[in-house]
Design a protein around this ligand. Structure first.
Ligand code: NAP
Length: 311
């Protein structure tokens, strides 16, 4: 199935569709491709991953599943693909090379796979703030995932930085665990849901600080304070950074057209500038990055890939 160091390690299989990423977009594409009777394989960066959704404590806007836990929703998506018999393998795709009318995809362990089409659904990674102390305290008080790390701050004080849905959801989640939560946002208006902002305002242990940004994160072995540009010093043990995402498209420079912020230029069909290469989910240019739009992208891209294969 795979080629290692350029040497064929057995009968190499030519897949119809190789899906990169097993978040909602990738899993939806896998279900649609499998049901279209295509030979489909899903490559995932980490074993049994379901993408960013697993980091959401509560997804409240996926139709039919009010207030579902993100991990559970991700598992339900994955189980659907598994039940249909979609195969998965762990591999970090690093290079995409056109080979005749197909693609050869090289992985971090220098193995490779050949596929007639690629559906790229690698999502986005957490943006870093870039302030002093941030990198040094990662895992020692600095976190990018409240659901993963929040329990370490039970009964303590924490700050959340950002004003989007992730920051608001993180602050709400931490408010039930922490003694006190500061939400620090650079503007007076929030990008995220007004309903969640109201829920935060109703919490007695949440303080919303707007119009300033962090200057540095300080401490000894672990974080003890977040210093703001306004001059205020917040005595926190945890700093949860939720200032957006950057698309995971570094390996696609020169492969497909990207916009100036790194998103793959593609409409809802997922068709990109490269024949046989499709994009779905948060990695593509779009107005609304939500689970529901990722799922819909995956379906559209799989249908577009099936059409492409017919012709
Ligand atoms: P986002 O919507 O891009 O918000 C990022 C926030 O960080 C913005 O408030 C931004 O401020 C702030 N920010 C960016 N750079 C900063 C910096 N250098 N210093 C200080 N603040 C900075 O990102 P997100 O919250 O991760 O959400 C990403 C997407 O996922 C969105 O479409 C969101 O709706 C979606 N999402 C949905 C749910 C849900 O529905 N349950 C949950 C989580 C995420 P400005 O506002 O001033 O630009």
């Amino acid at each position: 199935m795979k080629v290692k160091d350029g040497i064929n390690m057995g009968n190499e299989k030519l897949w119809d569709v190789l899906i990169i990423g097993s978040g909602p977009a990738g899993l939806s594409a896998a279900v649609y491709a499998k049901r279209a009777n295509l030979e489909v394989l899903v490559a995932e960066k980490e074993y049994h991953g379901t993408g960013q959704i697993a980091e959401s404590d509560c997804v409240d806007n996926y139709l039919g599943f009010p207030s579902i836990n993100g991990y559970d929703l991700g598992e339900a998506f994955r189980n659907h693909a598994v039940q249909l018999g979609v195969p998965f393998f762990d591999g970090m795709a690093q290079r995409f090379v056109p080979e005749g009318q197909c693609w050869r995809i090289y992985f971090a362990d220098s193995s490779s796979i050949q596929a007639k089409t690629v559906i790229y659904c690698a999502g986005a990674a957490h943006r870093h703030l870039g302030v002093e102390g941030e990198e040094a305290f990662i895992g020692k008080g600095v976190s990018y995932c409240a659901v993963c790390d929040g329990a370490f701050y039970r009964g303590k004080e924490a700050a959340v930085i950002g004003g989007g849905d992730t920051a608001l959801g993180d602050a709400l989640y931490l408010a039930d665990l922490c003694e006190k939560v500061y939400l620090v946002h650079r503007r007076d208006e929030f990008r995220g849901s007004a309903l969640t902002v109201q829920q935060l305002k109703d919490k007695e242990n949440v303080e919303i600080i707007t119009g300033t940004t962090p200057e540095k994160i300080t401490g000894g072995q672990n974080v003890t304070a977040l210093e703001l540009k306004s001059g205020r010093k917040l005595p926190v043990n945890g700093a949860f950074i939720a200032v957006g995402m950057v698309p995971q498209t570094q390996c696609l420079q020169g492969v497909v057209d990207l916009d100036k912020t790194g998103y793959i230029i593609a409409d809802e069909t997922g068709i990109t500038s490269a024949p046989g290469f499709f994009a779905a989910g948060d990695v593509r240019t779009k107005a609304l990055r939500q689970v529901v739009t990722a799922v819909s992208d995956g379906a559209n891209a799989a249908v577009a890939a099936a059409e492409y294969l017919k012709h």
